[in-house]
Structures are given as structure tokens and as C-alpha cells.
Design a protein around this ligand. Structure first.
Ligand SMILES: [Zn+2]
Length: 184
């Protein structure tokens, strides 16, 4: 199952390129992982969203690169990540680096995973969010008052589909009145 398709031995004396997955880093990587029957936990640095980070290379040689730990695990054990794709967690645990819990997918699939797991899109935790709780409540208020989707989208600088999703409670569900949230 494990194919070291991307792992380079670097046995020709060449310095590894920036961000390259090389054999000499692999032992250090796996020493930071707690393996179990289920998920394999990244025990070193995690970002605020719970994703592990793993640094390789050297600042001096300008080859320093900070990888997402799960992406590093995928590249080392499974293979390269195709351009435009990202590495998803099938187990929905951002800190898990178990190769068979990871799969490549699209940004859209990743968002769907996170929404299904109740991660992300839950308000201000998403640093990229253009909206916050107060704005979403205002949008819901305006929708109830009959404001159009396109106009609200323009007003708040988001897509019309985001407004639709707010209306349906697909995103920002925690701001739905309790009775509406219970209905579907
Ligand atoms: Zn897992």
C-alpha cells in the first residue's frame, strides 16, 4: 500500500530543493507522530485551526519550507498532490497524519467535509470570513424583510450562493433561531 513515490533519497549530494520531500526529514517527521488503531496524531506545532505544521530545509540556504503535516505525510507515503488539488481528511481530524485517512480532493470537497463535520464556516473562526455574526443576523433580517439576494450579495461583498446558504441555514447555522434550526 505504501509507495514512496515522492520521497527522494538525495543520495547524489544535491541539496534538497525548497519544499521537497526527502528521506532525511522523514524519520524526524514520524518521530512527532503518535500512532494508534485509529487516527495518527501530530504532536508538534499545530496552527489555530488544528492543522499540524512541519518545517524542512534551512533559512541560511533559503530552502526553509513549512509544510502542512498532513500534506507532508500524504506526499511522503502516497505521492505527489496534483496541481490545483489539496489533501483532505477523510476522518475530519485536522491533526491526523495517517496516510490512509487522507485523500486528494478539490477545495469544494474540502469545504463540504468541513461543513458536514461542523468545522469552518462557523463564523469568525474563519479568518477569511467577510461576514461576522452581526452581519449575518442583519442579512437574515433583511431577507425576512424582502430584500433581494443579489442586492444583499453586493452590499456585503459575498456571492449570491453565500446569501442563499445563509437563508437556508446551510452556513452560519448557529445563528438560526432554535425552532428553525430544529426543522431540518
Ligand atoms: Zn485520522
Amino acid at each position: 500500500m505504501v509507495q514512496h513515490t515522492e520521497l527522494r533519497a538525495c543520495d547524489q549530494g544535491d541539496a534538497p530543493r525548497r519544499g521537497q520531500v526527502v528521506q532525511s526529514d522523514a524519520a524526524r517527521f514520524w518521530s512527532k507522530v503518535s500512532r494508534s488503531e485509529g487516527c495518527w496524531e501530530w504532536r508538534a506545532y499545530r496552527d489555530r485551526d488544528g492543522y499540524g505544521r512541519f518545517g524542512t530545509g534551512s533559512r541560511l540556504l533559503k530552502t526553509r519550507f513549512v509544510h502542512y503535516a498532513h500534506v507532508y505525510a500524504y506526499r511522503a507515503e502516497v505521492g505527489p498532490v496534483p496541481a490545483g488539488k489539496l489533501v483532505r481528511h477523510l476522518c475530519n481530524r485536522p491533526w491526523c497524519v495517517r496516510p490512509d485517512h487522507l485523500a486528494v480532493g478539490t477545495q469544494l470537497e474540502n469545504m463540504a467535509d468541513m461543513v458536514a463535520a461542523g468545522r469552518s464556516t462557523r463564523g469568525t473562526r474563519n479568518a477569511q470570513a467577510k461576514l461576522n455574526d452581526a452581519k449575518v443576523l442583519a442579512i437574515r433580517e433583511r431577507l425576512r424583510a424582502g430584500h433581494g439576494t443579489a442586492r444583499l450579495a453586493a452590499m456585503y461583498g459575498v456571492s449570491e450562493s453565500a446569501i442563499h446558504q445563509i437563508r437556508k441555514g446551510v452556513i452560519w447555522r448557529h445563528l438560526l433561531p432554535a425552532d428553525e434550526a430544529a426543522n431540518d
